[in-house]
Write a protein that binds this ligand. Structure first.
Ligand SMILES: Nc1ncnc2c1ncn2[C@@H]1O[C@H](COP(=O)(O)OP(=O)(O)OP(=O)(O)O)[C@@H](O)[C@H]1O
Ligand SMILES: [Mg+2]
Length: 508
């Protein structure tokens, strides 16, 4: 142990410790700082910090201070060669106070750069007992000292500095690993952006439960439902709830590209496969290996490609365009369509065998008009989002606006609701979004589809839908004569008139 504490050395150590805990980013300047302190405090002429290159089994100069520091940096030292090589190999500190006569000392570097090495002290830098590099101090300036060369106490101090340097390297490595991980996750988010899914209606919650169960298997899933109901979000949930979650989720819109381009998009091509194929290209199936491929608008898939997709599903194999080399993949298939796919099969526009393969697990996503709880929740969610975007502030929806949202039939489903709220957010002038702020695509009256009532679990909404249907039916029977209708309904004419207004029943 150190026999006495030198105040100067002690303060330097505290200073380095502070730097170690506050500055991980510029590792080289931190290591240089450690070496400068070690050199100054040991009264050495020059010093080096060498790091181990495990693959090459050699040490390279990370820091080299002193008159010839720059010159020495181009050299590397084999493990076992020279003093530093000996220290690295033996994982032991060493003092050589008569370098000229020590067989372990390699004089060639010194001769080449014209630097005479007389005394040397070198210590290993260790991480968990493994030597990762060497600190080396050269030529003790000991003109006035009675003792010539480096002492045991010098070595003990240098070992403390070596620990500090090793810590700095561990910190920097951890920092680099964390930054890489963050980068990877950021890439994942930007390439694989998943949507926040808002769900509150019992009928959609039930679908999510089904999805959760099927997600755990490798079965193909066919998502059915009108445009804009959220099929893509359900597809994302299948992937996110599956064991493939950390592998890619690759989306392909089968309706977005012409046949030839779609084929190369799906299966990739080799250079020269066709005129514009100037380089090899990986297809979506290959990218999705280990994960999930989402084939959106599968109803629009050209017949020629249907046969190829069928083969991937059955054999999990395919060839790139222009190549006869077979590629094997492990991909889970989720497909979606808003078309009546069974009708397409009947008309010969969709292969029956492919339909059966995809239809292993069909899931029908109900339209928004059958999801009143979702409608309100989604409207609030979109309002919050658009408020952030437009920097406007609303307290919410007026009761009237909520009633209108619930009574509209939403032919464009959630996509249409999203647009409607966006417009309202731009137009709205008051604290609450009012009915006047909500522009509907068509001026359709409340949903009169009786089938919808079956799926609605809120009694008030169900009663209103029933009332609307029933009053409209009696009005029609009485040629929209309100006096006759009131009589038929056994209610006051004024009450009927109020109901017609409240329920927004229009004479088409
Ligand atoms: N439950 C939900 N929560 C939040 N946003 C949703 C939800 N469902 C759908 N959306 C949003 O509504 C829009 C339409 O959804 P999506 O694209 O999944 O519909 P789709 O059924 O695939 O329609 P299409 O058949 O037209 O492709 C998207 O912007 C999506 O983010
Ligand atoms: Mg879609």
């Amino acid at each position: 142990m150190l026999s006495k504490i030198d105040a100067n050395k002690f303060h330097t150590l505290i200073e380095i410790n502070y730097l170690l805990n506050s500055n991980y980013k510029d590792i080289n300047s931190l290591l240089s700082r450690i070496m400068e302190s070690a050199t100054r405090l040991s009264d050495a002429e020059a010093s080096s910090l060498l790091l181990m290159d495990k693959e090459k089994n050699e040490l390279y100069f990370e820091v080299a201070l002193g008159e010839k520091g720059i010159d020495v940096k181009k050299y590397t030292v084999k493990l076992g060669e020279g003093i530093a090589g000996w220290v690295a190999q033996n994982n032991k500190s060493l003092i050589v106070n008569d370098a000229a006569n020590d067989k372990r000392h390699l004089s060639n570097i010194g001769e080449e750069i014209n630097f005479a090495c007389k005394t040397i002290m070198a210590v290993p830098m260790r991480i968990k007992d493994e030597c990762i590099g060497v600190l080396e101090l050269l030529n003790k300036k000991d003109e006035q000292s009675a003792v010539k060369g480096f002492t045991q106490e010098d070595v003990e101090w240098l070992e403390i500095f070596a620990n500090q340097a090793a810590l700095a390297i561990v910190n920097a490595k951890n920092m680099e690993a964390s930054l890489n991980e963050i980068k990877k996750l950021q890439d994942k988010i930007s390439n694989n952006h998943y949507h926040a899914m808002i769900i509150k209606s019992p009928c959609t919650l039930e679908k999510l439960e089904i999805i959760d169960k099927v997600a755990k298997t490798d079965s193909s899933v066919l998502l059915l439902g009108e445009s804009g109901v959220g099929k893509e979000l359900f597809a994302e949930q299948i992937h996110l709830r599956s064991s493939r979650v950390n592998a890619p989720f690759v989306r392909v819109n089968c309706a977005a590209l012409p046949e030839g381009l779609l084929e190369s998009e799906l299966f990739g091509h080799v250079k020269g496969a066709f005129t514009s194929a100037i380089a090899h290209r990986q297809g979506r199936f290959e990218m999705a290996d280990g994960g999930t491929i989402f084939l959106d608008e599968i109803g629009d898939l050209p017949l020629s490609l249907q046969a190829k997709i069928l083969r991937v599903i059955q054999e999990k194999k395919f060839e790139k365009l222009g190549s006869d080399q077979t590629i094997a993949v492990n991909v889970r298939i989720v497909a979606a369509t808003n078309k009546d796919i069974e009708e397409l099969v009947q008309n010969g526009e969709f292969r029956q065998d492919l339909f059966y393969r995809l239809n292993v697990f069909p899931v029908y996503i109900p339209p928004l008009r059958q999801r009143p709880e979702d409608t309100i929740e989604l409207a609030q969610f979109f309002l919050k989002n658009f408020m952030k975007e437009t920097k406007k502030n609303f307290e919410g929806f007026s009761q009237d606006a909520l009633d209108s949202l619930l009574s509209y039939s939403w032919p464009g489903n959630i996509r249409e609701l999203q647009n409607c709220i966006e417009r309202a957010c731009v137009i709205g002038r008051n604290k609450l979004i009012n009915t006047e702020d909500l522009f509907f695509k068509t001026n359709k009256s409340p949903d009169t589809d009786t089938a919808a009532v079956d799926d609605i679990h809120d009694l008030k909404i169900a009663i209103n839908i029933f009332k609307t249907n029933y009053i409209r039916k009696i009005l029609e029977e009485n040629n929209w004569n309100q006096t006759e209708t009131a009589k038929a309904l056994a209610i006051q004419r004024t009450y009927l008139s109020r109901l017609i207004k409240e329920l927004k029943i229009n004479n088409p």
